[in-house]
Design a protein. Structure first.
Length: 111
């Protein structure tokens, strides 16, 4: 069971900012920006490159909710959505998740 599955099942506490029947969003415990929220699907998908056609609706929902959450967090000057994939991509938990980063000007290229 991954860390995120434990958060979904409330075995580990999290500062939850949004939840519906498909996704859960919570503040990152090690923020990389003033606003740093993770949005995760409740149905585990290990990573984006493991997703398949059956996951399309869920991933679309996750992305649209991430944008909605960013608006609710008043990130009107902009924000970044990040999905890490694999060790070299910075993935630390094998459960697909989207980072919402904002609250300051973000640099490019990242990392």
């Amino acid at each position: 069971m991954t860390l995120f599955e434990k958060i979904i099942q409330r075995h580990i506490p999290a500062d939850i900012v949004f939840e519906d029947d498909q996704v859960l969003a919570f503040k990152d415990i090690n923020p990389a920006a003033p606003t740093h929220v993770l949005v995760i699907p409740k149905r585990p998908i290990s990573r984006i490159d493991a997703a398949n056609a059956e996951d399309q609706s869920l991933i679309g929902h996750l992305m649209l909710k991430a944008a909605e959450i960013a608006r609710e967090l008043k990130l009107e000057n902009g924000f970044r959505l990040v999905i890490n994939n694999g060790p070299d991509g910075g993935e630390s938990v094998p459960h697909l998740h989207c980072h919402i980063l904002g609250g300051r000007a973000l640099q490019w290229p990242p990392g």
